[in-house]
Design a protein around this ligand. Structure first.
Ligand code: NAD
Ligand code: TYD
Length: 339
């Protein structure tokens, strides 16, 4: 079996490639990635020499490159992780989000239509459902919760989901969609909350908490997400959406305090900064469908996953220090300089 994994040089895509090569020795994995600021070949170093792995640098919006790769590889399955993913960047400049996340998905699905495919899996986000109020802990996102995206990022992801469903209905493309909550774990780019706070803590820099820090996210260890996608592409029903996550809710401020404690750093590093525009209050997934149909449940508790993640960043300083020493400095100054 041949699988194209787009965005595999990023955080979740790389972890998914490691998972697939490890659990399915019969699977050939072709990674298609543009290597934007968020993708790095150093992340894929450990699999570069694996005979079941091939890396191709290309943009999912580039029709010629995408169709050329399908012509060569005739993949059985495509899993689309490639996207612009950071909410704050989408607030600063939405255009590239619409191009990559919507038109890139369309280009991939057009190639799937032309060459034929057993499955196109779109990796989506729970952010398409908007947010839940903090004073209603009884509410959770289900697959039938209305789409109500808040940010340009989530609106672009919602558009891609709608387009994928339309390609299923109109052209019979065998599509599945997963909508996952916030992931954490190894190789996450240090613009996202957890790796940013770990890196700043280790460098004794201020820890910029947006607003009061009472926003809640439903955290999922990345390996649990990879297992869920593996199950969906093999056993999930075509034309269906599966929510992935559940019952690991944490407030931002409590996560940042926990990171300080684990690293032996003072909470005085915490600095409250201006809030994000349109900041979603709470995300929380009801995983009943994926649990009932596919037997999936998260295995890693937040208390254990965060320890493993912190240890990974301590042990792999070279990986993130290289990132934060480059263009990231300009990004950081722009986002946090006058906040
Ligand atoms: P990431 O930002 O770490 O990585 C994105 C990868 O996509 C990078 O390797 C980048 O080079 C590549 N890419 C970007 N534009 C491309 C293009 N035009 N063509 C080819 N490659 C391109 O992202 P991530 O956190 O690993 O997220 C992966 C997917 O999972 C995304 O679709 C995201 O919306 C979704 N998701 C993420 C989370 C999360 O918590 N990180 C939660 C739910 C869903
Ligand atoms: P993030 O990791 O960007 O994920 P998302 O916005 O997709 O949930 O942010 C997680 C939460 O942490 C979100 O409520 C915003 C907050 N946050 C901070 O308080 N400070 C920061 O520097 C960052 C990056 C995020």
């Amino acid at each position: 079996m041949t699988m194209i994994v787009t965005g595999g040089a990023g955080f979740i895509g790389s972890n998914f490639i490691f998972h697939m090569l490890d659990k399915h020795p019969d699977c050939r994995v072709v990674c298609l990635d543009k290597l934007t600021y968020a993708g790095s070949l150093s992340t894929l170093r450990s699999v570069m020499d694996n005979p079941n792995f091939r890396f191709v640098r290309a943009d999912i919006c580039d029709r010629e490159a995408v169709f050329g790769l399908f012509e060569e590889e005739h993949p059985d399955i495509v899993v689309n992780f490639a996207a612009e993913t950071h909410v704050d960047r989408s607030i600063d400049d939405p255009a590239i989000f619409l191009k990559t996340n919507i038109l890139g998905t369309q280009t991939l699905m057009d190639a799937c239509r032309k060459y034929g495919i057993a499955r196109f899996h779109q990796v989506g986000t729970d952010e398409v459902y908007g947010d839940l109020p903090l004073d209603r802990p009884d509410l959770f996102f289900t697959e039938s919760t209305p789409i109500r995206a808040s940010s340009p990022y989530s609106a672009s992801k919602a558009s891609a989901d709608l387009l994928a469903m339309a390609y299923h209905r109109t052209f019979g493309l065998p599509v599945t969609i997963s909508r996952c909550s916030n992931n954490y774990g190894p190789y996450q780019f240090p613009e996202k909350l957890i790796p940013l706070m770990i890196a700043n803590c280790l460098n004794d820099k201020p820890l910029p908490v947006y607003g009061e820090g009472i926003n809640v996210r439903d955290w999922l260890y990345v390996e649990d997400h990879c297992r869920a996608i593996d199950l969906i592409i093999h056993n999930g029903r075509v034309g269906e959406v599966y929510n992935v996550g559940g019952h690991n809710e944490m407030r931002n401020i409590d996560i940042v305090k926990l990171i300080c404690k684990e690293l032996g750093k003072p909470e005085s590093l915490i600095t409250h900064v201006g809030d994000r525009k349109g900041h979603d209050m709470r995300y929380a997934i009801d995983p009943a469908k994926i649990h009932g149909e596919l037997g999936w449940l998260p295995e890693t508790k937040f208390a254990d996953g965060i320890k493993k993640t912190i240890q990974w960043y301590v042990n792999n300083r070279g990986w993130w220090q290289e990132i934060i020493s480059g263009e990231y400095q300009n990004y950081y100054e722009k986002m946090y300089g006058n906040r």
